[in-house]
Design a binder for this molecule. Structure first.
Ligand SMILES: *Cc1c(COP(=O)(O)O)cnc(C)c1O
Length: 378
């Protein structure tokens, strides 16, 4: 089954006898048992619910995994994933991370005895140099948020196998439509389903997807124990959204490439970070491991004043956190997603008072360019 078809017919499992084309919303917390010691396959919705199951089967298929778990948010997924590790375990992570992941690692996980090393994971040598006898996993985000650094997933996976490490890939920015880390050797894919998978800036969701059955068993045990599961209604919204994932992402990235090229030519814009520009340092790796470049762009204005003016002057593009939806959004990472990252660390990565991040939506490309033009070039 092709990817596009799988988005629409993600699971052949039938849940009702009416012939409903849309998967029903099973708004039930619990399920009656046919007899003592018997089960319909559904017992209690924290563990499994038919609507959520349909979504999970779909996502497992899209990522080419064997099991997917749907969570109430991306952070809920990652928080539970940290339960796989024990005090003393060491994790190597990308040094440019979604701010919430950074906050989880350095405020909560360290309290539980985990240790982290942040390195530029686009340089595999730096990962290898950071491996210790206690290292258990490499956590990569690719492209990274917000600097759009790209990590060679296959190379990291080869290295990880040599040292017996798990590779966890946050695939939020590219979605399985453009990049499938499990096929490249990663062990666990994580998503903020709030972004492209949800796609409409209206629902929070998160996912973990795996291929290995032992890992799936361990995670399923944590899943039913911790309980941050996605509700039946929100599962249904995600099922609905994923049906249009390929067409949305395709058009969004077309818009993004045009906008990135236009930004490069603006006198008040000093740098544009987009993996689809040939000048991007990992342009070749991006082409090799993904079938597209996505629709996230970050760029640096010539001054703090210009950056703030752009945020205040945009009219169609909205100044708001989040990304991946049909509405274009612009954010100020320094004050929003990355406010809790220490200043020196943030500045060193280029997340400064001039950096803006743009999530390109589905509005007309001309309207978006006009909007940016009037905001940047008064
Ligand atoms: C938004 C985001 C998250 C967190 O997901 P939520 O659904 O907001 O909890 C994690 N990683 C990346 C790359 C994100 O963009």
């Amino acid at each position: 089954m092709d990817f596009q078809t799988a988005c629409i017919h993600g699971s052949e499992k039938k849940y009702d006898v009416t012939g409903a084309v849309s998967v029903p919303i099973f708004q039930s917390a619990t399920f009656a048992h046919p007899g003592v010691g018997e089960s319909t396959g559904y017992d209690y919705s924290r563990q499994q619910n038919p609507t959520r199951e349909h979504l999970e089967l779909t996502l497992a298929r899209l990522e080419n995994g064997t099991d997917a778990m749907a969570f109430s948010s991306g952070m809920a997924a990652l928080t539970m994933l940290m339960e796989l590790f024990s005090p003393g375990d060491h994790i190597i992570a990308s040094d440019d991370l979604y701010g919430g992941s950074h906050r989880l690692f350095f405020h909560l996980s360290v309290k539980n005895g985990l240790k982290f090393s942040l390195v530029n994971t686009s340089d595999t040598g730096l990962i290898e140099a950071a491996v210790t006898p206690k290292t258990k996993a490499v956590f990569i985000e690719t492209p990274t948020n917000p600097m759009m650094q790209v990590t060679d997933i296959a190379a990291v996976s080869r290295l990880a196998r040599k040292h017996n490490l798990l590779v966890i890939a946050d695939n939020t920015f590219l979605t399985p439509y453009l990049q499938r880390p499990l096929e490249l050797g990663a062990d666990i894919v994580m998503h903020s389903g709030t972004k492209y998978l949800g796609g409409h800036n209206d629902t929070l969701a998160g996912f973990l997807v795996v291929r290995d059955s032992g890992l799936s068993k361990r995670l399923r045990f944590l899943y039913k124990t911790t309980g941050a599961c996605l509700s039946p209604f929100d599962s249904w919204l995600l099922i609905r959204s994923i049906k249009t994932l390929p067409v949305r992402v395709e058009r969004q990235q077309e818009n993004a490439l045009e906008i990135a090229r236009w930004l490069v030519g603006q006198a008040k814009i000093k740098a544009v970070h987009y993996p689809g520009l040939e000048s991007h340092p990992q342009y070749e790796i991006s082409r090799r491991q993904a079938s597209g470049f996505g629709a996230m762009i970050s760029f640096e204005a010539d001054s703090e004043i210009t950056a703030k003016r752009i945020l205040e002057r945009v009219r169609i593009i909205q100044y708001a956190e989040s990304l991946g939806g049909v509405e274009s959004l612009i954010t100020y990472p320094m004050l929003q997603t990355h406010a809790d990252v220490p200043e020196a660390e943030r500045e060193a990565k280029g997340v400064n008072n001039r950096l803006l991040r743009l999530s390109v939506g589905l509005e007309s490309r001309d309207d978006l360019l006009d909007d940016l033009n009037q905001a940047i070039n008064i």
